[in-house]
Design a protein around this ligand. Structure first.
Ligand code: ADP
Ligand code: MG
Length: 369
């Protein structure tokens, strides 16, 4: 009974979430001891999005993708994809489920060298028994046409360019028309122009309704996605922080993230913040609110400002009154000395903040200066 209620609640709260990870940890057991590769990862991805997973080498990107693909298992936590808790399935069931639900694209293409491009593309159809045998070739040819490599159908992988091999691998990933494509460094072995072409293919697929999760360590490519999941040492940096400060390096972001705190404010409720807070600034991460300033217990409406998700509010000597106009979530970033930023790092953060305040057209920045 309890389980049933729980499921119902999930379906109400996450109607279009095609990929959900809850409290996922992955620890590798090595000869020199335990190594935590992913720490308490929580992710929720809506369908129809292009999401990039960004991070330095060794930050846990491939581990994350492998858990999403059911290639590897989490040490704890849940991975729910398209409504299925994949790590509760048997290996045999996962393989067939994966064939229908996921297309996987790798850095080194992983095409079978002894099969033609066309036969490589048809392989997942044969494996999962999707479509009638007589239809498979036509469907595969259509995919190759979409990817503009139909004339290479009869070629073998080794005889075509790296970019064309990746197109063939993408066609193969699409063979069973899966809702989700997972790609681990799909452009890692391509020159930048071909890499750009792959991203453009992904963008088209996303606009036709696919969900694509793409690992890269190239910030420029990552930036073209609708969402960026930034990993550092197995920790997922708060996404609002990543969004607001993407131009800063991961060390600064990780320091800001490590001691930041999230809190919720329900619609209609107000909260007061003052200089006594040990907060440097806040980011409104979800919802909308108004901000006014209280002077000597009088709330002045002069500065009444509407804030929406992504806006940054810098702490000052004023007493702030936040009033949530819808359910809100706020991220509080502690003072620079608490998170041990150097003077240069503080300056870099302040530069980004002032740019964000100016470009968002919010007028309180100058008022507070
Ligand atoms: P990325 O893809 O971001 O480069 P990985 O997910 O491959 O990072 O690896 C994350 C960390 O986990 C690395 O430090 C790596 O050495 C370690 N790791 C990955 N796979 C294993 C494994 N099978 N056994 C032990 N350690 C591993
Ligand atoms: Mg990797």
């Amino acid at each position: 009974m309890n389980n049933r209620n729980y499921d119902l609640r999930q379906s109400i709260y996450e109607p279009t979430q095609i990929m959900v990870m809850r409290h996922v940890n992955k620890t590798y057991h090595t000869s020199v001891g335990k190594f935590p590769a992913l720490k308490n990862i929580n992710i929720s991805i809506e369908s129809g999005k292009l999401v990039s997973v960004l991070g330095k080498s060794g930050s846990g990107k491939s581990t994350l993708i492998n858990l999403m693909a059911g290639i590897d298992h989490p040490s704890s936590g849940e991975v729910i994809i398209n409504g299925s808790d994949i790590h509760k399935m048997s290996e045999g069931k996962i393989a067939v489920w994966r064939g229908k639900n996921l297309g996987i694209v790798f850095q080194f293409f992983q095409l079978l060298p002894t099969l033609s491009v066309l036969d490589n593309t048809m392989l997942p159809m044969d494996f999962c028994g999707t479509y009638r045998k007589t239809e498979r070739e036509e469907i595969a040819r259509n995919l190759l046409r979409t990817l503009e490599i139909e004339d290479l159908s009869e070629s073998f992988p080794n005889s075509i360019s790296a970019g064309h091999q990746q197109c063939a691998a993408i066609a193969r990933a699409l063979a069973n028309d899966p809702p989700i494509i997972l790609a681990d460094e799909p452009t890692g072995n391509l020159d930048s122009k071909t890499g750009e072409m792959v991203i453009n293919i992904f963008k088209k697929l996303v606009s036709s309704g696919k969900t694509i999760i793409m690992v890269t360590h190239d910030r420029k490519l990552a930036n073209q996605a609708q969402r960026i999941l930034l990993l550092r040492d197995g920790i997922l940096i708060n996404e609002s922080l990543t969004n607001a400060f993407l131009e800063l390096n991961e060390i600064i972001l990780a320091k800001m993230d490590s001691k930041s705190e999230t809190f919720e404010v329900n619609a209609g409720k107000s909260m007061f913040f003052s200089a006594k807070e040990r907060s440097w600034f806040w980011i409104l991460t979800r919802g909308a609110m108004t901000l006014s300033i209280e002077e000597k217990n009088i709330v002045t409406d002069a500065l009444k400002t509407k804030l929406s998700a992504g806006d940054i509010i810098v702490n000052s000597d004023h007493v702030y009154k936040f009033t949530a106009t819808e359910d809100c979530q706020i991220l509080s970033i502690p003072l620079p000395e608490i998170i041990s930023l150097s003077n240069i790092e503080i300056m870099q953060v302040e530069q980004v903040i002032s740019r964000n305040l100016n470009t968002s057209g919010v007028n309180y920045a100058t008022e507070l200066a």
